[in-house]
Design a protein around this ligand. Structure first.
Ligand code: PEP
Ligand code: MN
Length: 338
């Protein structure tokens, strides 16, 4: 259930409503918007008489939520979520954020060269995997924590935030000092124990859509994180598996406007994993921005063809610089900045 408070509701009135909701046996998640406070009640709400709440002082309206994702649904934050980072960067506002970096952190020179390039291009976030989920156990598995130390140092030197994949609960704690945003990859997007644990963390989570996931399943996975009180979730469309073999995955651009309608959470487009092909990355990045993506995540490398993982979909640095220039034009055309 959702209780929308009046714009001028006082804190005392809000607390009284929270108390009444808790007495009715539901747990309350509060979001304080620019103009309105919204209280979401999660739990056995089916038998509750909503009329009790409608007459409480300060209440504007009360309604039941029929979608299974109460906290990830639009109604919880009608104005949309903006995830803010310690360096002032935001994902979900007017500006389209740029998250770029190698598939995997490989060495000091690689990661410092890339960090400078991202900064010079006007990006705010650098990505790089240290724990890599590889289809084959014999492929490069990532440098682990020493790799994250390198990326953190490079990011700090360039005023960037870091985004990196966490594969299991035991990695969260050691990753914490080097990570500004935990990425949950397509293979782990329904690892519910991991999602619950990330609900306890107070750092943003970038949640990728699973290879065969519906949009509803993506939003339910976000709900797992939010149910723990971590509302800073960024969704990511990274392509789904279909019968098409011309691209590595089929990038579902329509998922972007669909998610925007169903949810208040920001959504990123990842044309690198979405297509698996370097030549297809720029057009799909542009399509994602045109469709309303709040961030673009791209894999880049100074020696892209020799990248330790995902070489075929990785852009060279000059290709990335050119893409950013082109994306600025698209962003302006759809009323955004970049
Ligand atoms: C990645 O970002 O490098 C990655 C492994 O992504 P995904 O989980 O989307 O395959
Ligand atoms: Mn990759």
């Amino acid at each position: 259930m959702i209780v929308a408070m009046q714009e001028n509701a006082t804190e005392d009135q809000i607390f009284a409503v929270i108390e009444t909701m808790e007495e009715a046996g539901v747990s309350v998640h509060r979001t304080t918007g620019a103009s309105q406070t919204i209280l979401a009640g999660v739990g056995p709400t089916a038998k509750i008489d909503l009329g009790i709440f409608e007459v409480l002082p300060g209440v504007e309206n009360v309604h039941r939520i029929s979608v299974p994702y109460k906290l990830a649904g639009r109604a919880f934050r009608p104005e949309g979520t903006v995830v803010e980072f310690p360096n002032g960067a935001k994902i979900g506002g007017k500006q389209v954020a740029i998250i770029a970096g190698p598939c995997a952190i490989e060495n000091r020179e690689q990661i410092f060269t890339i960090a400078k390039c991202v900064k010079d291009a006007g990006g705010q976030f650098m990505r790089g995997g240290a724990f890599k989920p590889r289809s084959s156990p014999y492929s490069f598995q990532g440098l682990g924590i020493p790799g994250l130390e390198l990326m953190h140092e490079a990011a700090e030197a360039n005023g960037l935030m870091t985004v990196t994949e966490v594969m299991e609960i035991s990695q969260i704690e050691p990753m914490m000092p080097y990570t500004d945003c935990f990425q949950v990859g397509a293979r782990n997007f329904q690892n519910f124990n991991l999602l619950r644990e990330l609900g306890q963390v107070r750092k943003p989570v970038l949640l990728k859509r699973g290879i065969a996931a519906t949009i509803e399943e993506l939003l339910l996975s976000a709900e797992y994180i939010m149910a723990g009180g971590n509302y800073d979730v960024i969704l990511c469309e990274r392509g789904i598996r279909t019968y098409e073999t011309a691209t590595r995955n089929t990038m579902d651009i329509s998922a972007i406007p669909v998610v925007k309608k169903l949810s208040h959470l920001p959504i990123a487009g990842d044309p690198s994993h979405g297509t698996g092909r370097r030549d297809m990355v720029p057009p799909m990045a542009k399509a994602a921005v045109a469709a309303g993506a709040d961030a673009i995540l791209v894999e880049i490398h100074p020696n892209a063809d020799k990248a330790a993982s995902d070489a075929a979909q990785t852009l060279y640095l000059d290709q990335f610089q050119k893409l950013i220039t082109e994306l600025r034009v698209i962003a302006t055309a759809v009323g955004r900045t970049l």
